[in-house]
Design a protein around this ligand. Structure first.
Ligand SMILES: NC(=O)c1ccc[n+]([C@@H]2O[C@H](COP(=O)([O-])OP(=O)(O)OC[C@H]3O[C@@H](n4cnc5c(N)ncnc54)[C@H](OP(=O)(O)O)[C@@H]3O)[C@@H](O)[C@H]2O)c1
Length: 303
């Protein structure tokens, strides 16, 4: 397989690239930074500039699968400018790829794009959401980003390729991402839950998320799939499980919602919202999780 990955220099994309290379496939990737360009036999970088809507069209030469992950990080203060970048980096990059396929002869058969579970309603009492349980969508900025992102991705179908979308949950990894942020205060015995601590945290081990992207491409599976583990947990038990795995008990009371909002501004929504999400569809499609339970993932990723 020859795969083109956007966001290949990021947390998820770098591990997806490693997996494809380890299985003998060739990876092309798009980056916004010339310093990140490498040219190796099976790992080759190409430049794009999403703001200027320019792209090196040779990036799709010989490619059969595109994995689209690129987007400005949501883990920053949501100023008006940041919100604009978070949205436009996803919308414009998707449009660039659609136009690339529309305007050029190509061999691409499948596009797999990322989305996020933030699209599901923020509801602490809900049963686990399946892919077709929406609308109604969540009524907040992150959901607006996901809705716009998924909607523009639908144009890929007009280019004759299969479209798959992975709604990614909270990604747990040894370095970087949510787990590192959550573990930081725990290390200093300052760990605590957030708000009422009852928000659902639909997490996924990075190895499983990478495995799902690989599985969808290997089996050419179309449609929307939740990228979450089979056993989501609530926020306070999750923090306590992290404390247990680190040998540093979490005993402090939860940080109240208003303090989170003072500290993080509107971005507090990322940590305070509750998304209870089901992994049933990808399991029914035959994917077997390496880390279905939180304790197994924490044992793997916490030193
Ligand atoms: N990690 C999570 O918990 C999580 C949860 C839900 C959804 N997701 C989504 O999954 C995708 C990958 O997540 P990640 O954690 O791997 O992200 P990440 O580590 O922040 O990497 C994002 C990648 O996007 C590219 N990028 C950043 N800003 C860009 C811009 N303005 N224009 C074009 N490209 C830009 C960067 O590539 P270059 O610097 O090389 O250009 C980078 O490699 C993201 O879209 C994210 O929103 C992640």
């Amino acid at each position: 397989m020859n795969v083109l990955i956007t966001g290949a220099t990021g947390l998820v994309g770098s591990q997806i690239a490693d997996l494809f290379i380890s299985k003998g496939h060739t990876v092309h990737y798009l980056t916004t930074r010339s310093s990140a360009i490498r040219t190796e036999p099976n790992y080759k970088g190409f430049l794009w500039n999403v703001k200027n809507m320019t792209i090196d069209s040779s990036c799709i030469d010989g490619v059969d699968t595109i994995i689209h992950l690129a987007g400005e990080s949501v883990f920053q203060r949501w100023t008006a400018a940041a919100k604009e970048s978070i949205m436009s980096s996803r919308i414009d990059s998707t449009q660039l790829l659609v136009d690339l396929l529309k305007d050029n002869d190509h061999t691409v058969q499948q596009v797999i794009t990322a989305s996020a579970i933030g699209i599901y309603p923020d509801d602490q009492d809900a049963e686990a959401f399946k892919e077709n349980d929406i609308p109604p969508y969540a009524d907040n900025y992150l959901a607006d980003v996901c809705i716009a992102w998924e909607s523009i991705a639908q144009q890929f179908r007009e280019t004759g390729v299969q479209l798959s979308i992975v709604r990614i949950g909270i990604v747990l990894a040894a370095q970087g991402g949510a787990l590192e942020q959550m573990a930081q205060p725990v290390k200093y015995y300052a760990g605590a839950g957030f708000g009422n601590g009852k928000m659902w945290q639909s997490w996924i081990a990075i190895d499983d998320l990478v495995g799902i992207f690989y599985y969808l491409s290997e089996n050419r599976l179309e449609g929307v799939y939740n990228g979450v583990a089979p056993h989501p947990v609530r926020n306070r038990p999750m923090m306590e499980a992290i404390g247990k795995a680190m040998g540093k008990p979490v005993f402090l009371p939860n940080v109240p919602k208003f303090v989170m909002k003072l500290m993080l501004g509107e971005m507090a929504a990322v940590v305070l919202s509750s998304q209870h999400v089901s992994s049933e569809r990808i399991e029914e499609a035959g994917y077997q999780f390496k880390y279905p339970q939180l304790d197994q993932a924490l044992e793997q990723y916490i030193d």
